[in-house]
Design a protein around this ligand. Structure first.
Ligand SMILES: Cc1cc2nc3c(=O)[nH]c(=O)nc-3n(C[C@H](O)[C@H](O)[C@H](O)COP(=O)(O)OP(=O)(O)OC[C@H]3O[C@@H](n4cnc5c(N)ncnc54)[C@H](O)[C@@H]3O)c2cc1C
Length: 551
């Protein structure tokens, strides 16, 4: 190790790279992050942190700091649909404020039985907290302002070439593993010759084609918008579709409008961008544009491979989403959680040779699944055409608005209440899962059935002392001993000790937890996925653990 600059070099400090740095750093893996930009992102992009991502932040101890970011604690995170923001409100799907989300999480059961509920907050703020958390870890070094230009591989290490943007200084860094978390135009993916496959150019009335995003400050906007405060404001009219998210609940917003055919290639002037915003508002008011960005909606792309040998890829470098459903950044974070423990296991020597290959085996199907859900939501909202009379002040207009409102409310329920997507990631068929012959519930966007059938998220439960079961789990493998008289953990503990596998044994006597898990002993992976369950310790615990760790 001493001849290398780090065990793992991560390219890119977006959500995927920062999550990977945190997950590796918590395991004391020397990690160097090279990021071309001078800081974390300054333009707001993702606005939704799904509940599962919040659970991952909770294990890192940063969920509360993240939940304190963005909108004020009492700000409702409603999704509201308008003809134009100062005209008619068509539909409103009510969602809790962050303060309500905290207390609701303790009461909800069934599909929403979770340690954390979603947090609707700009990626802008989240990246800052993730960066601070990574910087506090002694094993992690973050180097902003360094662009990676390429890499070369020797038998047991990777040399990474980078250039400091400020002064052009070039350096070669070395590591045992390299991970490209370098976004859609990934230098690392391209050098590997890996391509995206899927749909790239879908055209829809909305969420299909070029969009123009404006990060704006408008102190008077809340006094002009019709109806109560909301997190998301959509417009549905016959001229142009748009979407706006509240950033700070005071004066900052991010607005995205669909560009029309012919406009995509134009250089968008400030005056033109402002006119598009006023058109959606149905009025004019003073605005300051903080930043602008054109982007493409309607992508459903997944890379053919998620890496090769010692070089891995995560996040937008391997999957590109349409933002409907809010899944791109969340899928990127989950990639990092899946990959980090496997990399750590390889570096620490207890992970077998098949461990890294399981990353693509497990995560590529999830990327296909999640991009597919996002595309269906984009079709549902983007192919919807408003009735012609929708803005008329007439009985026909009122009827058209009711009809549109009914449709949009149904759509909002489907897109913004998605426990099945967020908790339902499964790795059935993976060599790292010991199937027990039980069948998991069917995959569904809006329903999640808690199950300990190996291959999926450990079902969550609040314990008698008010703590989350997840707060009791180890950071790496956990063996749960459940019920009043569980079998001995000794065979597993001895096997783990002799193989160097970090394993924590946790005892939970509550009968309800034993019933929920359907077994007395349950082995959870570091990413809180059920790997194995049974009611007697297997005689072949060493072989089982070896298989589950890639040997
Ligand atoms: C307008 C918009 C709205 C969105 N809304 C949502 C949403 O609501 N919910 C959601 O989940 N997702 C959303 N997304 C997607 C989300 O922003 C991305 O999925 C997420 O940022 C991906 O994270 P990442 O870390 O993989 O990549 P990125 O965030 O793109 O980070 C990659 C990083 O790598 C750096 N980099 C690139 N090349 C190099 C190099 N050669 N050397 C060094 N550094 C390099 C870049 O500077 C960048 O910081 C949205 C995206 C857009 C554009």
């Amino acid at each position: 190790m001493s001849r290398l600059d780090a065990a793992v070099i991560v390219v890119g400090a977006g959500p995927a790279g920062l999550m990977l740095a945190n997950e590796l750093g918590r395991r004391h893996i020397a990690t160097l992050v090279l990021e071309a930009a001078p800081s974390t992102s300054l333009h707001p992009r993702a606005n939704a942190t799904q509940a599962r991502t919040m659970e991952y932040f909770r294990r890192l101890g940063i969920a509360d700091r993240i939940r304190a970011q963005g909108l004020p604690p009492d700000y409702p995170t409603d999704v509201a649909y308008f003809t134009r923001y100062t005209r008619h409100e068509l539909a409103r799907f009510q969602l809790p404020s962050s303060a309500e989300a905290r207390s609701l999480a303790k009461r909800l059961t069934g599909s929403w039985s979770a340690a954390e509920l979603p947090h609707r907050c700009s990626q802008l703020f989240i990246e800052r907290v993730m960066r601070e958390a990574a910087e506090a870890l002694p094993a992690v070094r973050l180097a902003f302002g360094w662009r990676v230009t390429g890499f070369s591989e020797t038998q047991d290490s990777i040399a990474v070439d980078a250039e400091r943007i400020a002064d052009g200084e070039r350096r070669r860094f070395s590591a045992a593993f390299l991970v490209g978390c370098d976004g859609p135009r990934s230098t690392i993916r391209r050098q590997l010759g890996i391509r995206y496959a899927g749909e790239g150019g879908v055209v829809r009335d909305f969420m299909g084609g070029r969009m123009h995003a404006i990060y704006l400050r408008a102190p008077q906007l809340y006094s002009l918008i019709r109806g109560g405060r909301a997190w998301m404001y959509w417009t549905v009219n016959r001229d142009r579709r748009a979407l706006m998210a509240a950033i700070d609940g005071v004066q900052d917003f991010v607005f995205s409008a669909q560009l029309k055919s012919g406009e995509e290639t134009e250089e968008m002037s400030v005056a033109r961008a402002q006119a598009i915003f006023f058109e959606a508002l149905g009025a004019e008011c003073p605005i300051e544009m903080l930043s602008r960005q054109s982007w493409t909606a309607g992508l459903t792309l997944v890379a053919e491979h998620f890496g090769e040998g010692r070089v891995l890829l995560a996040g937008d470098a391997v999957h590109l989403f349409t933002p409907t459903g809010g899944l791109g950044y969340n899928t990127a974070v989950e990639d990092a959680v899946n990959l980090a423990w496997k990399l750590a296991a390889r570096v620490q020597g207890w992970g077998g040779p098949a461990l890294l290959a399981s990353y693509e085996r497990e995560r590529r199907p999830v990327a296909l699944r999640n991009t597919g859900y996002a595309r269906r939501f984009a079709d549902s909202v983007g192919l919807y055409t408003a009735p012609t009379a929708i803005e008329d002040d007439s009985p026909a207009g009122a009827a058209a608005r009711r009809e549109a409102g009914d449709y949009l409310l149904g759509h909002a329920r489907a897109e913004f209440d998605i426990p099945g997507i967020t908790f339902g990631t499964r790795y059935d068929g993976s060599p790292l899962i010991a199937a027990d012959g039980t069948t998991p519930p069917p995959d569904a966007a809006n329903v999640y059935v808690p199950t300990a059938t190996p291959g999926g998220r450990a079902p969550h439960v609040w314990l008698g002392d008010g703590r989350s079961l997840f707060d009791r789990l180890g950071f790496d493998f956990t063996l749960l001993r459940l019920g009043p008289q569980p079998p001995s953990a000794a065979p597993f503990a001895a096997a783990a000790r002799s193989a160097g596998i970090p394993l924590q044994v946790v005892e939970i006597a509550a009968v309800e937890v034993r019933e929920l898990y359907g077994a007395d002993l349950v082995l959870l992976r570091p990413d809180q996925i059920v790997a194995w369950r049974g009611s007697t310790p297997p005689a072949e615990a060493p072989e089982l653990l070896a298989r589950l760790t890639g040997h």
